[in-house]
Design a protein around this ligand. Sequence first.
Ligand SMILES: NC(=O)c1ccc[n+]([C@@H]2O[C@H](COP(=O)([O-])OP(=O)(O)OC[C@H]3O[C@@H](n4cnc5c(N)ncnc54)[C@H](O)[C@@H]3O)[C@@H](O)[C@H]2O)c1
Ligand SMILES: N[C@H](CO)Cc1c[nH]c[nH+]1
Ligand SMILES: [Zn+2]
Length: 438
Amino acid sequence: MSDKFAATIARLSTVDGTFHQHLDALLDWEGVSDKAVQARVEEILADVKQRGDSAVVEATNRFDRLSVESMEQLRLTPEQLKKAFDGLSTEQRDALSAAAERIKRYHERQKPSSWQYEEADGTVLGQKVTPLDRAGIYVPGGKASYPSSVLMNAIPAHVAGVREIVMVVPTPDGVLNDLVLAAAHLAGVDYVFTIGGAQAVAALAYGTESVPRVDKIVGPGNIYVATAKRAVFGQVGIDMIAGPSEIMVVSDGQTDPDWLAMDLFSQAEHDEDAQAILVSWNAAHLDDVEASIERLLPTLERENIARASLQRRGALVLCQDQAEAIALINRIAPEHLELSVDTPSGWLEDIRHAGAIFMGRHTSEALGDYCAGPNHVLPTSGTARFSSPLGVYDFQKRSSIIHCSPEGASELGKIASVLARGESLTAHARSAEYRINN
Ligand SMILES: NC(=O)c1ccc[n+]([C@@H]2O[C@H](COP(=O)([O-])OP(=O)(O)OC[C@H]3O[C@@H](n4cnc5c(N)ncnc54)[C@H](O)[C@@H]3O)[C@@H](O)[C@H]2O)c1
Ligand SMILES: N[C@H](CO)Cc1c[nH]c[nH+]1
Ligand SMILES: [Zn+2]
């Protein structure tokens, strides 16, 4: 039987004995990765570390179906980026600029400042915030092109004050996307290399003859990118593991089923591994949404991807009530949560884990993907339990400041001396004791 005739999306009910088992299986994206992916990524990383540019060129030719001879052919010049920007239609240029402006305005609010305070004896303590010297931004490009991700990665880096931004973006079959190039120009990216996957992560992490080594790699990507980022962490910083897109919608049964079906498709169309889940306590409403899904799915340009995603990882979940819906939200910790209910603000306090929360029937997740202002690079696969949206803070680090007055050093010296001797670290103790005024 072809996929077209199989059930498009699973129907689950929280009262079923197998519900939790079924949900766990649906949520398990790491299950999509396997030993073969891990082995391939390790091989690519080691090769790029050892052979630099030549390894990157070979891997790019192999995985993106190119036939270039050198890294020079995989680098875009500032002139190419500007030309792409100048060549956009007015409508596209205005939309890109409006999105960039809104993203910038939102992220300006995240800018932390250095701070310090003085104690009574004149000792000064504080924290100094410093931007990264060089950030690497990964812009996905395998199954779709993401000019919006260029803005979402590069603008917070700029707001943070990063000195140099190196962007990588794969161009399978050599197809360049003008909006991606234009966005890189608009967002002030310093270097662009048309490379992707584990080889791009390796080039950024280790540096090659052509690709400058960066201090931190940010941005979403597929399983090869995620596996490579995890492997190079420590050598460089990473933001988070942002994998296939996810949406969880909770509906009170009053939202147009066609709207909800399209909201689910909006993330399902990213990737066969993307995840779209709708939860409601109204069974008839779930039937209506399922009917909308069946009717609207064939109208999508990316029907095959969306259908595969819904079949593999989608679900319409019948729950008992609002309290159970909230428990499911906190368990799933979705990347995107749409609260398609009358008074979403009443839910907010109880929601503990979600990358971004879209409040009310009119706030479709797609608005957040492009132009609302908050970042669309968000923790996926339940990692919203401990990670946050990409932000200005990801492009900065903090140093502690300690400036003791003579009196302060003397008082602290007495405490430090006792504790150091307790640890049998006598050089520490004597160093502190030299500063004690008797
Ligand atoms: N969380 C977010 O903020 C966010 C934003 C945009 C996109 N996304 C997600 O990012 C993902 C992007 O994935 P993508 O595949 O479209 O692009 P991608 O750029 O992440 O991956 C493409 C690269 O993967 C490598 N690759 C593909 N098959 C390979 C193989 N068999 N062996 C070795 N390497 C291989 C190739 O080098 C290719 O260049 C999607 O899942 C999408 O949902 C997430
Ligand atoms: N939904 C993606 C993040 O999961 C971001 C995106 C970019 N373009 C469209 N959508
Ligand atoms: Zn999206």
